[in-house]
Design a protein. Structure first.
Length: 143
């Protein structure tokens, strides 16, 4: 029962609604990225590498909230595709930095245009102010 004595419903369950919206967004992204041989998780790694330059796999995992073994698999996929490389860290020879290649930058730029379309479609019911509010709220609860 909820605080006011009513039974919870799917229409009021924030966790369910977030998961449903997130699932819809991920499915849309995966469809859009299919021509590149990528999935949404690959795209987020490319985005992080583009935004931050070189990041270690540990840093990628922390930033993206992904298990370290999953980061290794994603980076391996992207490296095999020629989209990222692992460069030596200038301050720690045991650490490699994940960096976009020239092909990775081109692919990321093209995929970003498709991602923007997917996001626009997913957020179509919201006006610009509502979109900005949603993003800010998601930032706050996602930290």
């Amino acid at each position: 029962m909820t605080k006011n004595g009513t039974r919870p419903t799917l229409d009021d369950d924030a966790g369910f609604l977030l998961a449903r919206a997130g699932g819809r967004a991920i499915r849309g992204m995966n469809r859009a990225l299919e021509p590149f041989g990528l999935r949404s998780r690959h795209y987020t790694v490319l985005m992080a590498a583009a935004q931050h330059g070189g990041l270690s796999q540990r840093e990628l995992g922390e930033l993206l909230g992904i298990d370290p073994s999953a980061v290794v698999a994603l980076v391996d996929d992207l490296q095999r595709a020629g989209l990222v490389r692992r460069d030596p860290h200038p301050g720690d020879r045991r650490t490699r930095l994940v960096v976009l290649t020239a092909d990775g930058r081109k692919t990321f730029d093209k995929a970003s245009a498709l991602a923007a379309k997917v996001h626009d479609d997913a957020l179509a019911p919201l006006d610009p102010h509502e979109r900005a509010t949603l993003v800010e709220l998601l930032r706050r609860i996602g930290r």
